[in-house]
Ligand binder design. Structure first.
Ligand code: ZN
Length: 772
């Protein structure tokens, strides 16, 4: 369900690209095929053998096979519980077996609501009945097929409500503050929000917390319809009847089956009653098209919406809130359990069978799911076939490969989460890393994940050719990072990343929030994880989670020719193969410790900025400035006075991070000496060192987890409570500061420092054993 929205508009990006690629490009990066630099974790001799293996792997990949598989897998609706989603799982099982993998389907039984009754009417002024339907589109061969679920939001509440409408912009916390300043209250009302600004599920959750009785979420054409470009089928953007479905499960509490938090949803698992499941909302929610939203928004009166809230529809955007515009919303779901089908394929390691390298992508879609997720899934299948061909020629990975195609990602990461919870102990003992992908398309390589994996991913990306420009995919990503940071909209962090990128070495990888299947592995179990994919040159947003996310759309607008499907297979496959075959695991903890130091500097800056902003606002309030500028005919109240920002004691964290930087340097020296010694490493020593390295990420978890959401145990990376997919680094401290819970910030500074110290002590022990 990944959807990245931080991109620059394409035209601007292209216009600037030509000048940016003339920056510093290392010789190895400019000519990826000739890259001969050192390979982390490999002796020079074994590195040469690994490169030869990767060339044989690449030769077995096929763009035309990926295209053929995508067409087949996206031929019918693939939502959870649909016959074709199950048929795809069985088809993949047969392919994995044919390719020489030891494969099985693992089934879980999860709560999966499907719509039974849905209706939306404007009852005053006048009458309008929403269509809530996506009609066939010329030239899209699957758009007329039966069998799809109507557009809906999974895990919203059941309800039948008639109430006044309020337009709440994107329905994020600041939007409610603005409504309050304009005297608009949402209690007892139906809130209409537009997509964007934060995760979809937060919109109804915040509406519910503010007392609303229903929530609508519509796609404004300014964001992903005609305001962005030509609409489907002329272009790829959202047509007027296109609807973005999606989960509104409260995933910031915990993802997965709402009834089995923390344990696998096996047939005999102990289950919560539906009423007790914390992640199911209470109010009815419905996603709608802009054709259905227009009459509702046009009917609103009351104050004009602030300028930034106005979208691309041909109306004056009002806030409503009075009695003039009333709607009747009915949503009733069938709250049944459904079986879901994870396809798990294993290739035993020859020398380290109990060290697992995991690779996954999901296979369920909201409808056909050609972009999301099957484009990434066919790349994964292509890797599995190529690895199978290597195995048939007598090769074996040293460590065990586990390939997984997850079911039920869309409703809330269910397939991966239930698998991770069901096998938690074994995964924590054996898993070395998890590599995820999801939607893939033309463009730039996105790299996110655990920073101990930053260097191996960079080495791999420096050796894969970009299909459009023929520099390495890393050089192209570097150019994009630098160009984006030069734009007026870049964040301080973007600029800092670009400055690192400009030096020509490793690109900084992003931290993981949520939004795809890595969450349970990384944030619940503490398994080092990566999430990769290409994007940025497409019209994806226009069909995201709609019926028009089809093979025909993808073939025209996603990745015509499937060259980026093959590029994804190369980046993912090379990473997996290097992790599987390295003499010592290619993890570099100094990249993590350096990144952590940056996060802490950023935390200090956040505290300082908040303090200055609070003081500035206090001065305006003291001077009655807001009251004096308010137009008495259109009054806007002053913002609420915020609490002063006290001194936050980040010293324990700073000290822990500094100690860790030294320890990570010491470790790296010992590691390099070991790899240089090559054959001096006995198999037993290697086994012990690898096992200890693989468990390092787990030392970043705390058994009690984050405040109020103990499922999330990682103390450095978490999805934001008020951002949804967006990451919060050092979340225990950062979120407490941002939400002005000062005591909690001080407490989590100490708790997080203790976790960092524990990580360092484990690393010191590893360094000592490496020197023996
Ligand atoms: Zn997806």
């Amino acid at each position: 369900m990944t959807l990245t929205t931080k991109r620059l508009p394409l035209a601007l990006a292209c216009a600037l690209l030509a000048s940016a690629t003339t920056g510093a490009v290392s010789a190895a990066d400019a000519a990826p095929a000739a890259a001969t630099s050192a390979m982390l974790g490999f002796t020079p001799e074994n590195a040469a053998a690994q490169r030869a293996l990767e060339q044989r792997f690449d030769a077995a990949l096929s763009a035309s096979e990926q295209r053929e598989w995508l067409k087949l897998m996206a031929a019918e609706p693939n939502h959870v519980g649909s016959p074709h989603d199950k048929a795809n799982a069985e088809w993949m099982l047969a392919r994995f077996k044919e390719w020489g993998w030891d494969a099985r389907i693992e089934t879980f039984s999860v709560l999966y609501p499907t719509p039974k009754t849905e209706s939306l009417e404007l009852v005053a002024p006048g009458h309008f009945k929403a269509k809530l339907h996506e009609p066939p589109v010329a030239g899209d061969s699957t758009s007329a097929l039966p069998g799809a679920l109507p557009p809906y939001n999974a895990y919203g509440g059941d309800g039948d409500v008639t109430a006044s409408l309020v337009y709440a912009n994107q329905g994020m916390p600041d939007d409610y503050k603005e409504l309050a300043r304009r005297g608009v209250d949402v209690r007892g009302k139906i809130v209409i929000t537009r997509y964007g600004g934060g995760w979809r599920g937060l919109k109804p959750k915040l509406a519910q917390e503010h007392g609303a009785v229903g929530c609508l979420i519509y796609s404004d054409p300014r964001d992903d319809g005609y305001g962005a470009g030509d609409t489907y089928p002329k272009g790829g953007w959202r047509p007027e009847d296109g609807v973005q479905r999606g989960s509104v499960q409260d995933m910031q509490q915990y993802p997965g089956d709402p009834l089995t938090p923390g344990v696998g949803a096996t047939a005999d698992a102990k289950r919560l009653a539906i009423a007790d499941a914390k992640t199911i909302l209470k109010i009815p929610v419905l996603p709608i098209s802009y054709a259905d939203a227009l009459p509702l928004l046009r009917a609103l009166d009351g104050p004009m919406a602030p300028a930034a809230w106005r979208g691309g529809l041909p109306i004056a955007y009002h806030l409503g809130g009075g009695d003039a515009a009333k709607a009747h919303l009915v949503v009733k779901s069938d709250w049944q359990r459904k079986d879901i089908y994870d396809v798990i394929a294993v290739m035993q390691g020859s020398t380290e069978p109990d060290q697992w390298i995991l690779r996954g992508n999901h296979h369920d879609g909201w409808v056909f799911g050609a972009w999301d997720p099957l484009s990434g899934n066919v790349a994964l299948l292509n890797e599995a076939k190529a690895i199978g061909m290597l195995a048939k020629s007598g090769w074996r990975p040293k460590r065990t490969l586990v390939y997984a195609s997850w079911d039920a990602e869309e409703p809330g990461l269910l397939g991966s989460t239930e698998f991770a919870e069901a096998h938690a102990d074994e995964l924590q003992r054996k898993a070395v890393m998890y590599l995820n992908s999801d939607t893939n398309s033309r463009g730039f390589l996105d790299m996110e994940g655990s920073h101990s994996l930053q260097h191996v991913l960079n080495e791999v990306a420096a050796g894969v050719d970009d299909p459009e420009t023929h520099v390495s995919v890393r050089e192209r990503a570097r150019a994009r990072m630098r160009v984006d940071a030069a734009s007026g909209r870049a964040s301080p962090e973007d600029k800092e990343n670009a400055a690192i990128a400009a030096k020509g070495g490793d690109l900084p990888i992003g931290a993981l929030g949520s939004g795809s299947d890595y969450s349970a592995f990384l944030q619940h179990l503490g398994i080092a994880s990566l999430n990769i994919g290409f994007s940025g040159e497409e019209d994806q947003n226009g069909v995201y989670h709609s019926r028009y996310d089809s093979f025909d759309h993808y073939d025209r607008f996603g990745d015509p020719g499937f060259a980026y499907g093959v590029a994804l297979s190369k980046v993912a496959g090379h990473t997996v193969l290097r992790m599987a075959n390295a003499d010592l695991l290619p993890l570099r903890f100094s990249d993590f410790s350096d990144t952590l130091a940056r996060y802490l500097a950023n935390l200090h800056a956040t505290v300082d900025d908040m303090r200055k902003a609070t003081q500035a606002q206090d001065a305006l309030l003291d001077a009655r400035a807001y009251a004096l500028v308010s137009d008495p005919t259109r009054p806007v109240g002053a913002p609420v006075r915020e609490s002063d920002v006290p001194a936050i004691d980040l010293a324990p964290l700073d000290a822990a991070a500094k100690r860790l930087q030294q320890s990570a340097k010491d470790f790296q020296a010992a590691y390099d000496a070991r790899v240089a010694a090559g054959s001096a490493v006995t198999p037993a020593q290697q086994h012990d060192i690898d096992a200890a390295m693989a468990r390092m990420e787990q030392a970043l978890t705390d058994p009690d987890g984050l405040p109020g959401r103990g499922w999330y145990k990682h103390m450095v990376y978490a999805p934001g409570l008020l951002t949804g997919y967006g990451v919060k680094t050092v979340p225990g401290v950062r979120e407490a500061i941002e939400q002005r819970r000062w005591d909690e910030a001080n407490r989590y500074s100490v708790i997080t420092a203790r976790v960092i110290d524990g990580y360092r002590e484990q690393l010191d022990r590893l360094t000592a054993s490496m020197r023996k």
